[in-house]
Design a binder for this molecule. Structure first.
Ligand SMILES: Cc1cc2nc3c(=O)[nH]c(=O)nc-3n(C[C@H](O)[C@H](O)[C@H](O)COP(=O)(O)OP(=O)(O)OC[C@H]3O[C@@H](n4cnc5c(N)ncnc54)[C@H](O)[C@@H]3O)c2cc1C
Length: 322
């Protein structure tokens, strides 16, 4: 643990309070997706001074309709959920500012971050920066995601493709894993392999046993036509699917934490303790950027745990009716 910030000492033994010189903010939340905004709701309700840096579209903004987020029986679109969370965070005093955090450094009292060409100081930082999915090379891939023809998360929406003609496109091992998962929603699953399948024979045999078709020929072109996905292979085969799930990986937006030496898995997803603390003292992480299941309910649950830990790690702020 860094000697600079002691987040584990009981409140009674902790020096200082939230006064000047201790950092302008109690907490800087980086990212305004479901994870960051929920963290801000909790911290606002704990009377903490919070700034949320909103660096651009949340992954949730790509969700046409989510049917598995609890409490919304007819489903809710990602943009509607984000709008509600923003309103809720602001209601309790959280500030939300458009702008990316360009750098984050640690000093003796907390952190200094750069946003919109100025510095902000914060005693704690919560990284809620998410991931960016790798999409296939095709025209306007985000339009296809908005139409739910290209889908990115079988855990989220496998139920919505019940019985459909579905393909998974990507590196063999990973694509077959997703295809097997999808097999409980439809008996028409094809794997489009985008690289050499050498060494994948066992996985291919398992897939075939489960009734999954494997297309080894490389994909030349993917396009959307008449609300279906048309796939042309290099050998001239033409295939048509109701839905394609790319399985091409993602970029984990953990760079700010990694630069401070935070521990991560081989993909860059951050490792956290049971309070969502990273291996860097005072730096927490929630949501998709964490090495865990990438779901909104997980992100919001982690946010509740994290915000409570952040609040308890800071010096007590006594209620003052003035
Ligand atoms: C098509 C699709 C459908 C999905 N459907 C579902 C579903 O039905 N149910 C479900 O539970 N999940 C679903 N998901 C997953 C869900 O969207 C994510 O799990 C969720 O958005 C994670 O929230 P987050 O706050 O961790 O990350 P995000 O929502 O991605 O938010 C991260 C934010 O951080 C910002 N950011 C990154 N770097 C910086 C920086 N340096 N400074 C400032 N800001 C920064 C990003 O711009 C982004 O706004 C779906 C995802 C996709 C793509």
């Amino acid at each position: 643990m860094s000697p600079e910030i002691d987040v584990h000492t009981p409140i009674s033994a902790r020096p200082g309070s939230a006064g000047p010189g201790q950092g302008d903010l109690d907490c800087l939340v980086i990212g305004a997706g479901p994870a960051g905004l929920t963290t801000a709701v909790y911290l606002g309700r704990f009377h903490r001074k919070v700034l949320v840096a909103d660096g651009g579209p949340s992954r949730a903004s790509l969700i046409p309709v989510s049917h598995n987020y609890p409490g919304f029986p007819p489903g809710i679109s990602g943009s509607e959920l984000l709008a509600r969370l923003r309103e809720q965070a602001k209601r309790y005093g959280a500030r939300i500012e458009d702008g990316r955090i360009e750098s984050l450094i640690k000093n003796s009292t907390g952190f200094i971050a750069q946003i919109n060409e100025r510095s902000v100081t914060a005693r704690r930082v919560v990284l809620a920066t998410g991931i960016v999915d790798t999409l296939p090379h095709m025209e306007r891939p985000y339009d296809a995601v908005a139409q739910a023809i290209i889908r990115l998360c079988p855990i989220c929406d496998g139920y919505e493709v019940n019985g459909d003609n579905v393909a998974v496109y990507g590196e063999a091992q990973c694509a077959i894993k997703h295809a097997l998962f999808l097999r409980s929603f439809t008996d028409r699953v094809t794997v489009l392999v985008n690289e050499d399948v050498h060494g994948c024979e066992d996985a291919i045999a398992t897939a075939r046993d489960a009734g999954i078709k494997i297309v080894r020929d490389r994909v030349k072109q993917i396009e959307v036509s008449n609300r279906q996905v048309q796939v042309a292979t290099c050998n001239g085969e033409s295939l048509c699917f109701d839905v394609v799930y790319p399985s091409l990986g993602s970029h984990v937006c953990s760079d700010l934490a990694m630069q401070l030496g935070a521990e991560a898995n081989e993909e860059g997803a951050l490792r956290v303790d049971s309070h969502q603390g990273t291996s860097v003292s005072g730096l927490y992480a929630v949501g998709d950027v964490v090495d865990s299941l990438k779901q909104i309910s997980v992100a919001t649950g982690q946010a509740a745990v994290c915000a409570t830990a952040v609040h308890n790690s800071l010096a007590m702020r006594l209620w003052n009716p003035e």
